[in-house]
Ligand binder design. Structure first.
Ligand code: HSE
Length: 307
């Protein structure tokens, strides 16, 4: 095989209380990535025009280019890659856009190499891509993007990553037109936290993971509560409290910031509730005269999909 085209999915990192340790794979939105083998040992990136095409085409500055260069080097390949990227995922939106480019390129290259790389190697190369956009990269976007479903990052260093069983849910994604830089949104977080807050958060993470495993929506609902990160970061997102309160009133199981924001996500049992939250949010941001993209997604249990 000399060429492959895939869909690389967006992801919701943190999933409220699971800062840097939980991530969920979505079926919408996604990037389209095509990788074509080149006789010349080099990486050439073409950015296909889209609403979110403002990303670097220099391979050394692109989250997909960096892992491609590393793979060529480490595996001593005598050929290169032409990578065509059509972004469908908003940039700096909290939907794992940089991770989807990194993981999508690694997934596609691995297919062209007849699945030569192990899952751990794919995670490692994707993380290298992530390091272009953030120092000390975390795996809570790349792991769900590559593996699909809900992933628990038990340890980033050793890439001890576990897939947590999850049923089908509908996810409302509300992306107000604000740009939040992940690094800056990390820098603003407290270096120390109160033991009582940590205890609440541990209880919630345990409850959330168990809730998904047991398919217990009541447990999920009372565990989807982030007492450490959300109270700090929500100040960056205009209208966050209003959207969250209304999403819960409209029937969401939980609602919080997706990754470092500004996207707000609501987890719902059915499509009507999820759509109702999107409709409400759209008119709310319209009333503020603020742009906002919305996406309706289900859980993607597969990860990247070959098209
Ligand atoms: N867990 C990371 C954070 C995800 O919240 O900073 C960023 O996409």
């Amino acid at each position: 095989m000399d060429r492959i085209k895939i869909k690389a999915p967006a992801t919701v990192a943190n999933l409220s209380c699971g800062f840097d340790v939980l991530g969920l794979c979505l079926d919408n939105p996604f990037d389209e990535i095509e990788v074509i083998k080149k006789t010349k040992k080099e990486v050439v990136i073409d950015i296909i025009d889209s609403s979110y095409s403002n990303i670097p085409s220099n391979p050394k500055e692109n989250t997909g280019g960096v892992p491609a260069l590393c793979i060529i080097d480490d595996l001593n390949l005598d050929f290169g890659f032409n990578i065509k990227i059509k972004k469908g995922i908003p940039l700096c939106g909290g939907l794992g856009s940089s991770a989807s480019t990194a993981s999508g390129v690694v997934f596609a290259i691995n297919k062209l190499l007849n699945d030569k790389l192990s899952i751990k190697q794919m995670l490692k190369y994707s993380l290298k891509g992530e390091s272009v956009s953030v120092s000390n990269p975390h795996a809570d976007n790349i792991a769900p993007c590559l593996l699909g479903g809900l992933t628990l990052i038990r340890d980033t260093k050793s890439l001890d990553i576990i897939k947590v069983p999850i049923s089908d849910y509908y996810i409302s994604l509300i992306h107000p037109h604000l740009h939040i830089n992940t690094q800056e949104a990390r820098n603003m977080l407290p270096k120390n936290i109160k033991l009582s807050s940590a205890i609440t958060q541990w209880g919630n993470i345990g409850g959330l993971v168990l809730g998904f495993t047991l398919n217990d929506n009541k447990l999920i609902s009372r565990s989807m509560n982030d007492v450490i990160i959300e109270p700090v970061r929500s100040s960056l997102i205009e209208g966050f409290d209003h959207i969250k309160n209304n999403a819960l009133e409209l029937g969401a199981l939980g609602c919080s910031i997706s990754g470092s924001g500004p996207t707000i996500f609501a987890l719902c049992e059915n499509e009507d509730v999820a759509q109702g939250i999107l409709d409400f949010s759209k008119s709310f941001y319209q009333s503020l005269d603020m742009g906002c993209d919305t996406f309706l997604s289900q859980v993607n249990n597969i990860g990247p999909i070959i098209i």
